[in-house]
Design a protein around this ligand. Structure first.
Ligand code: G3H
Ligand code: 13P
Ligand code: NA
Ligand code: ZN
Length: 328
């Protein structure tokens, strides 16, 4: 059954677990994520970016999610707009059956100027009012994460964001978070806490303490009923990098967010954990493996089936690690 982000994360807060939000663009990802959830009795957040909507088309995505709900009637499912950038994106998502939208007013904020903050507050408050009027939830964002928001974009992951000093300066300010929530009434708040989007988050193995736990704790303490969201939460598992590279891929050495760090985050109030890169890597590592081991293969299903299995395993693992399993 379809539920809102507010309903889902209220339950997560009550029972102290986190919920991964997996990005989807196509049928195979939808099938894999839902199978994993059904197997471990977990609720699901499927999130759809603007890019996903233009890739698959709104009608296809909406009908696909209808089908997933019909196939898995017992799995609580929240369909969420990832990184909405204006009213039209968020409101048309709701028209297509999304129960939650992210209005990312921080995308415009190239610097933490008063003007960009006011813009973020105003547009987020407007979307929140519209979403709440029709029973949908809303996530806002305050702060600047990595590559997606420093202007370098996904294609240049790893070049847009370097150095711990810059990172420290970009952490969300708890005073501002409190003001932002009071003025927007968001259900969930994405904060900058030390992560960035994409595969290239850290150039060395992070030795613990990479998340700004004090920021998470402080914001959670001041805003206990607002659910904290952690973007850029892929772990970029070494095993998947190895598979990808063993079969001809050329991913540069990189480290993501260690799962134990995410688990610590959940203990300090993080509820929604956004994961896209790991899902992409799980599937394409299998594409490469099949292409390399069976160079005569040309049936796409022979590529997509192992890719779905790899993704399903990844999702299942995260549901178990984040405590989502058993709460469906
Ligand atoms: O945060 C962005 C997500 O990873 C979605 O990426 O815009 O390439 O679909 P996308
Ligand atoms: P990753 O790139 O770490 O998977 O983050 C995805 C994300 O935050 C989507 O909003
Ligand atoms: Na931001
Ligand atoms: Zn994100």
């Amino acid at each position: 059954a379809r539920i809102t982000l507010r309903q889902l994360l209220d339950d997560a807060a009550e029972y102290g677990y986190g919920v991964p939000a997996f990005n989807i663009n196509n049928m195979e990802q939808g099938l894999a994520i839902m199978s994993a959830a059904a197997k471990v009795d977990a609720p699901v957040i499927l999130q759809v970016s603007r890019g996903a909507r233009s890739y698959a088309g709104d009608i296809m995505l909406a009908r696909m999610v209808d089908a997933l709900v019909e196939m898995h009637p017992d799995v609580p499912l929240c369909l969420h707009q990832d990184h909405g950038n204006d009213e039209a994106t968020c409101l048309t998502a709701i028209q297509h059956g999304f129960t939650s939208v992210m209005m990312d007013g921080s995308l415009e904020a190239d610097a933490a100027t008063p003007a960009s903050y006011d813009y973020n507050v105003a547009i987020t408050a407007r979307v929140a009012e519209a979403a709440h009027a029709v029973g949908a939830s809303i996530e806002g964002e305050l702060g600047v994460l990595g590559s997606l928001e420093t202007g370098s974009g996904e294609a240049e992951d790893g070049h847009g964001f370097t150095g711990t000093l810059a990172q420290e300066q970009l952490l969300t300010d708890p005073d501002q978070a409190q003001d932002f929530v009071a003025r927007t009434a968001v259900d969930a708040l994405a904060i900058a806490m030390g992560t960035s989007h994409g595969a290239y988050k850290f150039s060395r193995r992070p030795d613990g303490g990479i998340l700004a736990m004090h920021i998470i704790e402080e914001i959670h303490r001041r805003l206990p009923s607002v659910h904290l969201v952690m973007h850029g939460s892929s772990s970029v598992p070494e095993a998947l990098q190895d598979m990808f590279n063993r079969y001809g891929g050329q991913m540069r050495p990189t480290w993501g967010v260690p799962v134990e760090e995410i688990e610590r985050g959940i203990r300090h109030g993080v509820r929604k954990i956004n994961i896209d890169t790991d899902c992409r890597l799980a599937m394409t590592a299998q594409f490469r493996r099949i292409a390399s081991l069976q160079p005569d293969e040309f049936d796409p299903r022979k590529f997509l089936k192992p890719a779905m299995e790899e993704l399903q395993n990844l999702c299942r693992e995260r549901f178990e690690q984040f405590g989502t399993a058993g709460n469906g």
